[in-house]
Design a protein. Sequence first.
Length: 229
Amino acid sequence: MPETTTVHWHGLILPNIMDGPAHITQEPIATGGGLYRYEFTAVQSGTYLYHSHDHVDRQQSLGLYGAIIIDPATPDPSLEADHEYDVLLQEWLRREELTYPAMPMDGAQPNYFTINGRAYPATDRISMRVGETLKVRFIGSNNGFIHPMHIHGGPFQVVAVDGNTLQPSARYQADTVNVGPGQRYDVIWLARQPGKWLIHCHIGHHTTNNNVETRGGGGLMVVIDVAPS
């Protein structure tokens, strides 16, 4: 990289020296072979996020982020599903063949949106059968916008928020969750009927590629292909 960086482990309980903010808990990792070793013990389970914490507006917006999935020491059968899919969200500004960090300000508004680094129709297709369940982990790896993420074909059950498992009495049915920067939602969706069902952001501009729809949309869309049981 042509500039310094650090890594922050979002939502995790760990020693302060491992937390990552540049010039606050550590000096930035230098360019040209700089090294910093992060080491900690996982004491939580659930869906978490890591991202750069130096030049955050550029580095995270341009891809320095990822998911951390920590399994519990003792599995909870009520949280298991037949399939799992992670949804990492991001917004981009592409202009004159160059890509820039997108920001909620004039001149920097995004015109492309991605799930796991891809915009529909290049996103994945999830294959499953009627009667099977799908756990979707919505991860706000973006850092400027809120995305109301919706699944077609019936409601899902929200089972965890920000890495914290909800008690069975606190779990609830929904068909849309507003995923803000840094937030995470674990939801379990039941395939009730065969067909092609969408996961998508419910802001229309976010399901286009530079305001253009291709094969029914763009941007933040994924197809769930459900076959008969």
